[in-house]
Write a protein that binds this ligand. Structure first.
Ligand code: CP3
Length: 359
């Protein structure tokens, strides 16, 4: 596999010096882009976009054609894995995801098995097609949901208010929840390794709902399974691939997350990056953490807030600029352009000052 010409993301994830801070944005291919909405309309649905490697490639490249971003992220969804376990994923028009056959009772959980990986071939084909289209320009990030975040959707059946069924099961029948998490962890590890074999240069695990848990259950029901996934990926991949772990609402557990075997921690906007750095030391890179709401403000506010994130991250290597969560559909694309330009220019100045100080 050839190395991308722009490898600033991969270097920053290894905490190596870079001439500027690399930037990509969660949900960078999405509804804030008119060209995304046009392709999605042509495809007919979000799932058809994901399942057609040519269309998935087209939308993956759209934000890169507009902005000088330092990475592409596979266009897909975390819920493809439970879909391939037979739960029947559907997206209502304008609404969130739903499973036709959620894990409604003990019998459903007992019957649950490994996914049919033939039903996930479209994801691996999309990775390979995107990798070819990128032509070694920037790295491609593959991803999966954390075992716990997948379980939230599988048990509650869709985007509930607070995934109360899943959290009830944790107290009432922890054995059943552990069974689901074990299956999810095993499936997720294979799913990520296949993405690497198909061309992914880095991996991200989205633990969007880990922050709903108590401190004790976060470790036992989410982080322990993320750790298992990371260890298996490391064991099965022929070459080393950087892994980013993002727990939304996980700011209070950063030291523990830093010890799960990952290379980088995704930080949401509620934690100060400077404080995060002093807590985890230089063991891992940090990714984040501009509040996505900032991108709805005028460009001068975007620049002011982006500078605040860069200053909090500090001049040392090991920061990847990103949002604290996905970009909002109402974001004006011009603000994204202003953000990317601001990060490139100002981080370049900061990095030059830092390297003069150390030379
Ligand atoms: O970041 C990217 O550009 C890559 C693509 C990507 C999508 N989903 C595309 C998508 C990624 C990395 C995801 C991950 C994902 N999917 C997560 C974890 C990250 C996060 O946002 O917390 C979760 C929880 C899901 C499940 C999911 N998919 C939900 C809850 C929704 C509905 C909410 C929404 O934003 O509409 C989706 C749909 C979805 N996934 C869209 C996109 C672009 C919008 C679909 C559309 O076009 O209507």
């Amino acid at each position: 596999m050839n190395k991308p010409r722009n490898d600033t993301l991969l270097r920053a994830l290894r905490c190596e010096p870079t001439p500027y801070t690399p930037i990509w944005l969660m949900r960078q291919a999405g509804r804030y882009l008119p060209e995304y909405n046009a392709t999605r309309a042509r495809a007919g649905s979000f799932m058809r976009l994901c399942q057609d490697p040519d269309l998935a490639t087209e939308v993956t490249l759209q934000p890169l054609a507009r902005f000088p971003l330092d990475a592409a992220i596979l266009f897909s969804d975390i819920l493809t894995v439970p879909d391939a376990m037979g739960l029947g994923l559907c997206f209502s028009e304008g609404g969130g995801p739903r499973f036709e056959r959620p894990l409604a009772d003990e019998a459903a959980i007992t019957k649950l098995g490994a996914p049919d990986f033939a039903h996930l071939q479209y994801v691996f084909d999309a990775v390979a097609a995107i990798k070819r289209a990128l032509d070694d320009s920037v790295p491609l990030i593959g991803f999966a949901g954390s075992p716990f975040t997948l379980a939230c959707y599988m048990i509650d059946g869709g985007s509930g208010a607070d995934f109360g069924r899943t959290r009830q099961l944790l107290y009432m029948r922890p054995d059943l929840l552990h069974r689901v998490l074990e299956l999810n962890a095993a499936a997720t590890a294979i799913y990520l390794v296949e993405q690497v074999r198909s061309g992914a240069d880095a991996l991200m695990i989205f633990d969007t709902w880990g922050g709903l848990l108590t401190a004790r259950s976060y470790v036992d029901f989410s982080l322990a399974y993320v750790e298992r996934v990371v260890a298996e990926v490391r064991q099965r991949c022929e070459h080393s691939v950087p892994v980013i772990v993002f727990t939304k609402g996980g700011g209070q557990w950063l030291e523990r997350i830093a010890g799960c075997g990952c290379d980088a921690i995704g930080i949401d906007w509620s934690t100060d990056l400077g404080e995060a750095r002093s807590r985890v030391g230089r063991r891992v890179a940090l990714q984040g953490n501009l509040d996505p709401q900032v991108l709805l403000a005028p460009p001068n506010v975007v620049e002011r807030e982006a500078l605040a994130v860069l200053r909090a991250a500090g001049p040392e290597p090991g920061h990847v600029f990103n949002l604290g969560h996905g970009i909002l559909p109402a974001t004006p694309p011009d603000n994204v352009a202003a953000l990317v330009a601001c990060v490139r220019t100002h981080s370049g100045v900061l990095h030059r000052q830092a390297s003069r100080r150390t030379n």
